[in-house]
Write a protein that binds this ligand. Structure first.
Ligand SMILES: C[S@@+](CC[C@H](N)C(=O)[O-])C[C@H]1O[C@@H](n2cnc3c(N)ncnc32)[C@H](O)[C@@H]1O
Length: 509
C-alpha cells in the first residue's frame, strides 16, 4: 500500500473530527471532508538565517511557495495531505507543526486578566478539525523520540567506550568530556528564539478531568466504562517573544491550556502527551498550531557526538549554499564528527566527500557515524546497497595531502576558539588554513562555505587573501546563542603561488 493510500485509510478512522468539530465548521459536503482536498498550512522551524534555503527546498520538493515569518527561524507553506510524507523528508527543517489559526495583527486587551480571558475564549473558536485530521494521519510518518540515557548510566557506557577508543586523552577526561557533550547538546538544541523559551505551563489534577468518551457517548453511559487509553493526553507549549506583553508564556499556556482541556475533555500530561498544542506569540502575531514532530528532524545522521556537533539541518543549508554539482569533490577539512560531509554524502551521492580532522578522536567519531549510517541504510534498502561516497582521514588543514586545484567545494565549521581551540590560536590558524584552502581549491570555479563566530579574526585573514577569494554572501546564524556567520566565498581565477615561492622570486630578481 502506498503512503498516500495508507494515509487516506487512516483518515477515515479519525474519530475526533465530527464530534469535536465546532458546529460552524460542520458544513456538509465541504471539500475538506475528502482527504484529497485536505489542504493545510504547515509551519516549520529552521536554523535562523537559513529561512530562504528552506523556502527554496520546499518549492523544489513540494512545489509550494513559502512565507518567511517575521520572527526569524520559521517558514509557512500550504500542502495537500498527500504531501505529508515528503514534508518529513525535507532536509532543512527542524520541527514541523500544522497551523490551526494565524492572527497577523492580534489586538491584545489592556490588562492581563482580559488578555488571558481572551486566550480562554479562543480555544473554543478555533478551526481545529482539519489540523486534527492531519495530526492523526501524521502519526504514521512521525519519528518517535529517541530515549535519552541518564547521565550516570551514560558515564558507565562511556567508560567502556573509552577503553576501546584510546584517543589522545586520558580515560577520566573522556568521561568528563562526554558528560559535557550531553549538556552542550542540550544547549545546542535549544530554540534560537529570543524571548521566553518554550515552556509548558499547564496542568490540572487528573481527578478533575472528565473524559472525551463521556462527551461522545452521552451522559447516560457510565464513565467507568471508559479506559484511560481512549482519552487523548495533551500539553500546551507557549513560545513568546516581544517586548510589550503584560502576561508570561506560563500564564498564557496555563489559561489557554485549561480552555483547550475543557473544550476537548482531553487529559493534561506534560511528558507523556499525544497532542502538543503550540501557542506561538511574537509581538502582535499569534499562531496556534499542533506539533507534527516529536523530535527535531535534524537528529538523523549522528550517533557519536562531539563537543560541537553541528545540526544536520544547518549542515544541509551550508552545503546547499555552494550548489554541489555531480562529480564535485567536496571536503570538510575540520570535520569533527563529520556532520557536514555525512549530510553531503546522503543528499548529494553523485559527489565525492572527504571528512578530515587533525584530532584522531574526531576522525574516529566521524568514521563511526559513517558506519552507523551505512548499517542503517543497508537495513533499509531492499536492493543491493553501494555504500556512501565518503571517506574519513586524519590530516592537518594547514598541510593537506591533496593536489593543488583538485577540490571543487570546501564546507567547514571552523573552531570558534571557545569550546575548541582558542581565539589566540585562531590568529595563526585562520590565515594558514585560508591559504591552504586557496591552494587546493580549483581556481575560477571553486567555492567555500565557512562557518565561524570569530568574525574579526576571519575578516582579517580574508583581507590578506582578497586576490584568491571573493566574498559573495554572508548568512547570519545563531549557534546555541552565539552570533556566528556563514561566509560563501568564490575562488578567483588567480593561480595559487606559495608565499615562499614569491619570496624566492623576489630574491632572484
Ligand atoms: C567546530 S569543530 C567542527 C565540528 C563539526 N562540524 C561537527 O559537526 O562535529 C572544529 C574542528 O576543527 C578541528 N581542527 C582544529 N584545528 C585543526 C587543524 N589544524 N587541522 C584539522 N582540523 C583541525 C578540531 O579538531 C575540531 O574537530
Amino acid at each position: 500500500m502506498s503512503e498516500v493510500e495508507g494515509a487516506s485509510d487512516q483518515l477515515s478512522e479519525v474519530s475526533l473530527d465530527e464530534k469535536q468539530k465546532p458546529a460552524s465548521e460542520n458544513v456538509e459536503n465541504s471539500p475538506s471532508d475528502s482527504p484529497e482536498y485536505l489542504s493545510v498550512t504547515i509551519g516549520a522551524t529552521v536554523p535562523t538565517g537559513f529561512e530562504q534555503t528552506a523556502a527554496d527546498e520546499v518549492r523544489e520538493k513540494l512545489g509550494s511557495q513559502s512565507r518567511i515569518s517575521k520572527d526569524r527561524g520559521k517558514i509557512y507553506f500550504d500542502i495537500s495531505v498527500e504531501s505529508l510524507s515528503k514534508v518529513h523528508g525535507l532536509r532543512s527543517v527542524d520541527n514541523l507543526f500544522v497551523v490551526v489559526q494565524e492572527f497577523r495583527d492580534y489586538q491584545f486587551k489592556e490588562t492581563k486578566e482580559d488578555v488571558l480571558k481572551d486566550f480562554e475564549d479562543l480555544a473554543g473558536k478555533l478551526p481545529w478539525s482539519d489540523p486534527l485530521k492531519v495530526w492523526k494521519i501524521n502519526t504514521s510518518f512521525k519519528k518517535k523520540k529517541t530515549k535519552r540515557k541518564k547521565l550516570t548510566q551514560q558515564n558507565s557506557i562511556n567508560k567502556e567506550k573509552v577503553d576501546d577508543e584510546q584517543g589522545d586523552m586520558g580515560a577520566e577526561k573522556q568521561i568528563t568530556s562526554h558528560t559535557v557533550e550531553e549538556v552542550l547538546e542540550t544547549i545546542e538544541n535549544q530554540d534560537d528564539t529570543i524571548g521566553e523559551t518554550p515552556i509548558l505551563a499547564y496542568s490540572k489534577k487528573i481527578s478533575e478531568i472528565p473524559s472525551a468518551i463521556e462527551k461522545e457517548k452521552g451522559v447516560n453511559e457510565s464513565p467507568k466504562e471508559e479506559t484511560e487509553s481512549q482519552v487523548l493526553k495533551f500539553r500546551v507549549t507557549c513560545n513568546r517573544a516581544g517586548e510589550n506583553h503584560c502576561f508570561t508564556s506560563n500564564e498564557a499556556a496555563r489559561d489557554f491550556g485549561g480552555a483547550v482541556q475543557d473544550y476537548f475533555k482531553w487529559k493534561a500530561d506534560m511528558t507523556n502527551f499525544d497532542v502538543e498544542v503550540l501557542l506561538n506569540v511574537h509581538n502582535n502575531e499569534i499562531v496556534v498550531g499542533i506539533a507534527l514532530t516529536e523530535e527535531s528532524l535534524h537528529r538523523r545522521n549522528i550517533t557519536h557526538f562531539g563537543p560541537t556537533t553541528l545540526r544536520s539541518t544547518l549542515a544541509y543549508g551550508m552545503l546547499r549554499l555552494c550548489s554541489p554539482q555531480p562529480t564535485d569533490i567536496i571536503i570538510d577539512p575540520m570535520c569533527g564528527t563529520g556532520a557536514i560531509p555525512i549530510e553531503g554524502a546522503a543528499e548529494w551521492p553523485n559527489c565525492y566527500h572527504i571528512a578530515g580532522d587533525n584530532n584522531p578522536l574526531a576522525v574516529k567519531r566521524a568514521a563511526n557515524n559513517i558506519l552507523s549510517l551505512l548499517t542503517k541504510s543497508q537495513v533499509k534498502e531492499s536492493k543491493a546497497f553501494w555504500g556512501l561516497p565518503i571517506d574519513a582521514i586524519q590530516w592537518d588543514i594547514c598541510n593537506l595531502p591533496l593536489r593543488t586545484g583538485s577540490v571543487d567545494i570546501i564546507v567547514t565549521d571552523m573552531p570558534f576558539g571557545k569550546r575548541i581551540g582558542s581565539k589566540k590560536r585562531n590568529w595563526n590558524l585562520y590565515p594558514s588554513c585560508l591559504q591552504e584552502m586557496s591552494r587546493v581549491c580549483r581556481p575560477g570555479t571553486g567555492r567555500a562555505v565557512l562557518l565561524t563566530q570569530d568574525r574579526k579574526c576571519f575578516a582579517k585573514a580574508l583581507s590578506r587573501m582578497g586576490h584568491l577569494w571573493r566574498k559573495v554572501h554572508t548568512v547570519w546564524v545563531n549557534i546555541g546563542g552565539l552570533h556566528a556567520a556563514v561566509y560563501l566565498l568564490k575562488r578567483t581565477s588567480q593561480v595559487f603561488v606559495h608565499p615562499s615561492e614569491l619570496e624566492h622570486e623576489k630574491e632572484t630578481f
